[in-house]
Design a protein around this ligand. Structure first.
Ligand code: NDP
Length: 254
């Protein structure tokens, strides 16, 4: 059965941070599946313009600001009668060993990664309830399940929060038929991991992370987007409250 027949004839999806990196790959994959897609973006005006030309509804919104999220919901409600898929992907990362604790950076990560996921889910819940088969997919991280990586303690806390939120929401929203799952990516090649690096530095990082996996490879945004498309589809209709780890088989976890 195609995605279109699982949902009503027209499908609606929202991707936060949908203009760049993993979020962009998710947006493109959902467009390919035939969804009407809206994205929330923060700073990437040019990329938002590109997507707008492809028919994507683009709304500027800091997901860590509750009022902005409320306004974004109002705007999207003017165009979308319901939401079938919500992907909470927007996130930021600061390298910060525990002994270099910087409260401002920690609070910013917590606000965008965890509070942002809560605000967006809370505000858009009424639209999700209007779908016949809604699902929420949260982008966590393998850091959130305890994969060792230097300097990621505080980031990992925000992602562990997303994982427990996923499990509790699956419990609370099951009565509406809403499925809630998470994807926990390992090292994926995006601006977050490779931005502002020279070609030589990029290759060194790729090699470092290839060597941490049993498959001796690194991840691409499309690897995560494919999982999101699956989790949103009828093929995953019996799956809720789960975390799919996609990390190439980290040797420190196996
Ligand atoms: P990027 O840095 O490439 O992209 C981050 C995205 O988040 C951008 O689209 C950005 O929007 C958006 N964003 C950031 N802050 C806000 C905000 N306050 N409000 C709205 N949108 C915001 O990161 P990735 O694509 O690599 O990461 C995507 C998700 O995957 C994140 O949650 C990250 O933690 C997670 N992840 C990434 C891994 C990796 O190795 N890359 C590994 C594990 C998890 P804009 O450009 O408009 O500012």
């Amino acid at each position: 059965m195609s995605s279109q027949s699982y949902f009503k004839s027209v499908m609606y999806a929202l991707v936060t941070g949908g203009t760049r990196g993993i979020g962009r790959a998710i947006t493109e994959a959902l467009l390919k599946e035939g969804y009407n897609v809206a994205v929330l973006y923060h700073g990437s005006e040019d990329k938002a313009k590109e997507l707008k030309e492809k028919g994507v509804l683009t709304v500027r919104c800091d997901v860590g600001d509750r009022n902005q999220v409320k306004k974004a919901k109002e705007e999207i409600s003017n165009h979308f009668p319901r939401l079938d898929v919500l992907v909470n992907n927007a996130g930021i990362w600061y390298l910060m060993p525990f002994e270099q604790f910087d409260e401002e950076k920690y609070e910013r990560m917590l606000r965008v990664n965890l509070n942002g996921t809560i605000y967006v889910t809370y505000e858009f819940l009424s639209l999700l309830k209007k779908s016949s088969a809604a699902s929420i997919i949260n982008i966590a991280s393998n850091a959130g399940i305890g994969t060792a990586a230097e300097g990621t303690t505080f980031y990992a806390i925000t992602k562990a929060g997303i994982i427990i939120l996923t499990r509790r929401l699956a419990f609370e929203l099951g009565k509406y038929g809403i499925r809630v799952n998470a994807v926990a990516p390992g090292w994926i090649e995006t601006d977050m991991t490779l931005g502002n690096k020279s070609d030589e530095e990029k290759e060194k990082l790729r090699e470092l992370f290839r060597n941490k996996t049993v498959l001796h490879t690194t991840g691409k945004p499309e690897d995560i987007a494919n999982i999101v498309v699956f989790l949103a589809s009828e093929k995953a209709r019996y799956i809720t409250g789960q975390v799919i780890v996609a990390d190439g088989g980290r040797i420190d976890n196996l």
